[in-house]
Ligand binder design. Structure first.
Ligand code: GLA
Length: 668
């Protein structure tokens, strides 16, 4: 298994390099990623290439037995390029050019920037494409991050019009798809179509969603440009990946992943002034999303947090044990390699407060020891743990275009896409069921339950898939605001929940968005939720049952007694509809009934404890136990049989005690 660090040798005097490499060896590192911000090093002036700095550090790492992942350096176009070719710069929504001085200051639609990219990537590939010790490439760094996904300049406009012509072929088709009769926006010439720059009100939602698709496609093409150059100029033993960010930015990670060997991402449960890390469920959800990006293929954590992070604010310091715990959690959920961010805290620049394994003083201390122990522990498994399989039974729908549609029209100030995903994921996570993320293209084979929350932008092929899944005996959980929109971001003409009405056995004729601070209540009427009350926020659907039964009702002056949660038999399966944002604890109780009936394996453990089981081809089981609490230890019962701690040789059976932040991998 590859375990390594993200290293920025260019930030330190060469006289320090031998000590860095000596300490990396002591740490047990077998891979180093570097150079993703190194364009200025290899092309200090236009057209004059100098690989001496990179060569020197590559040689040193090679001599010391470490493999290397090289970044293509396009996330940091050098100062000479911006000075001489300001047309590479992106433009913000106000029409202002983004300045040099940060990173990611380019637009993928700049012909000049594409030309420079081609040259530098080709040069790098020709130079290092046969190097036996360089095992792979990371293209660029975090496409679209920090608002670099959308650019509104002249070249972007031309490219957008070209993209629209390709997609729609005729202006009539654009006018129809966007419904430009509204507010008299009919276009009679392609050039009249604007970029979504500032207007007094809001742009047409159809245009906005297409603009996001266009921006995402631009990055997909740009990534492919680099991937093709690397493939064409390297010897074949090197992989190609990209470290993604997963949020509502206009980036289509699944499309980009088609041209990558595997995907990577950075695991940062803490950022800036956070007072607490992200919840364990939120971290697990990110891992699941990452794993789903290339259809359940293993991924790399190219940057794994080791300390407090931030620019001008810095917050929560991961507690002793937390680096190891988050490392184990990532591997249990599909990571096949971990590289710790970063080797040493920078002394200069924007990220002075993003801590490394070593602090600014460069001395190995507590974090160094924790990473060292973690690497040693992981080495006891060789590649066996990562080769074992995680078999999901519960799929949750997540799709970037839907996320974009929600960002365009959140409908309630209380709505946050990630928070709503978390709401519907939490119960499945806490019941320790095996989860995965599904997109419209995913196969549903092998899944027992499919959770499809806030499925706003409807895809008919996926709806058909859901119908078949339910008809064949699967269980589907739908939520409020599903089936509302067509792919062009227009409202459906059907009675809500649109294409899903028959599946859910209900009609939704009226609805209301609840704003922050506003809430109503829901009372369960059956099973585990019988007489359980939950606050209900964000949204209220007024549901009329057609063939569905009511299993939860509103408690509210206006909605009193009206259906809030329903259940419908569909073929051999069952379909639930949850018409309002009930609390996570309430959903967990409901899921317990649903999962039980669907035959999903669950394990009820103390709240802070996560247990992830993987099995290898020979039937060997790897049980990862994680206590996320920073203060409480927990007692819990292991699944049946003897479980061995490979590190110590200890055998456990039955009840075990997990100290706070304890993390173990036991074998059976
Ligand atoms: C991202 C980037 C890194 C760094 C870290 C945070 O993941 O890829 O270069 O900025 O965040 O410190």
């Amino acid at each position: 298994m590859y375990l390594g660090v993200d290293y920025y040798p260019e930030q330190w005097p060469k006289s320090r390099w031998p000590e860095d490499v000596r300490l990396m060896k002591e740490l047990g590192v077998n891979v180093v990623r570097m150079a993703e911000y190194g364009w200025h090093l290899i092309e200090p002036e236009e057209g004059s290439y100098d690989f001496s700095v990179l060569d020197e550090i590559i040689d040193r790492l090679t001599e010391n037995g470490m493999k290397i992942v090289l970044g293509t350096p396009t996330a940091a176009p050098p100062s000479w390029m911006v000075q001489n070719y300001p047309d590479i710069l992106p433009t913000d929504r106000d029409g202002h050019s983004i300045s040099f001085g940060g990173r990611r200051h380019y637009t993928v639609n700049s012909a000049t920037f594409q030309r420079f990219t081609e040259k530098v990537v080709r040069k790098l590939a020709e130079k290092y494409g046969n190097h036996p010790n360089i095992i792979g490439w990371q293209i660029d760094n975090e496409f679209g991050h920090e608002k670099s996904d959308r650019s509104y300049g002249n070249e972007d406009h031309t490219a957008f019009l070209f993209w629209l012509q390709n997609r729609y072929e005729s202006l009539d088709a654009v006018n129809e798809a966007w419904g430009t009769a509204f507010w008299g926006q009919t276009y009679t010439d392609w050039k009249q179509i604007p970029l979504p720059l500032n207007v007094y009100q809001q742009h047409n939602p159809g245009l906005l969603l297409d603009f996001d698709r266009f921006c995402a496609d631009g990055y997909t093409d740009y990534s492919k440009l680099q991937a093709d150059l690397l493939r064409g100029n390297t010897s074949g033993h090197q992989f190609i990946t990209h470290n993604f960010v997963f949020n509502e930015q206009a980036i289509n990670q699944r499309d980009i992943a088609e041209n990558l060997d595997f995907v990577s991402y950075g695991n940062y449960p803490v950022w800036g002034s956070s007072t607490e890390p992200a919840t364990p469920a939120a971290i697990a959800l990110q891992h699941d999303i990452c794993r789903s990006t290339k259809d359940e293929k293993g991924f790399w954590v190219m940057e794994e947090i080791t300390g407090a992070q931030g620019w001008n604010h810095t917050g929560y310091l991961p507690r002793p044990g937390q680096i190891r715990l988050w490392t184990y959690q990532a591997i249990a959920r599909g990571a096949e390699a971990i590289l710790y961010f970063q080797w040493r805290s920078s002394r200069f620049g924007t990220e002075q407060f993003s801590q490394g394994i070593l602090g600014h003083d460069g001395k190995p201390k507590r974090k160094f020891e924790e990473v060292k122990e973690t690497i040693a522990a992981l080495n006891t498994f060789g590649d066996d743990w990562i080769a074992s399989e995680y078999i999901p039974e519960v799929g949750m729908y997540y799709e970037v275009e839907n996320a974009w549609a929600w960002s365009i029209q959140p409908q309630s100030k209380a709505f946050d896409y990630k928070q709503e995903l978390h709401r519907f994921y939490y119960g499945a996570y806490h019941l320790n069921s095996t989860t995965c993320i599904i997109s419209p293209e995913s196969s549903l084979d092998g899944l027992k339950v499919v959770i499809v929350p806030i499925y706003f932008l409807t895809d008919s092929a996926f709806t058909e898939k859901l119908k078949k899944f339910a008809a064949d005996g699967g269980t589907v959980i739908l939520s409020y605001r599903s089936g509302v929109k067509e792919p062009n971001n227009a409202l459906t003409e059907l009675t809500l929940p649109g294409e899903l009405a028959e599946l859910a056995g209900i009609n939704v004729d009226e609805f209301e968005a609840l704003q922050p601070g506003q809430q109503t209540r829901v009372r369960g009427t059956t099973g585990n939720i019988k007489d359980v009350l939950s606050p209900a926020t964000v949204w209220c659907d007024v549901i009329k049952c057609v063939s569905a039964d009511v299993i939860g009702v509103y408690r509210d002056a206006y909605y009193e007694g009206e259906p809030a949660i329903t259940r419908n038999r569909y073929g051999k399966g069952v379909v639930y509809y949850i018409g309002t944002a009930v609390e996570e604890y309430f959903l967990m109780r409901l899921y317990k009934d649903i999962f039980k009936e669907a035959g999903v394996k669950m394990l009820e453990l103390p709240d802070d404890v996560e247990m992830v089981l993987r099995t290898d081809a020979g039937g060997r089981k790897y049980l990862c136990l994680l206590n996320h609490s920073t203060t409480a230890s927990h007692r819990l019962t292991l699944p049946k049989g003897d479980w061995k701690d490979v590190m110590t040789g200890d055998i456990f059976n039955g009840m075990v005690r997990l100290p706070s932040l304890g993390s173990y991998v036991l074998l059976q």
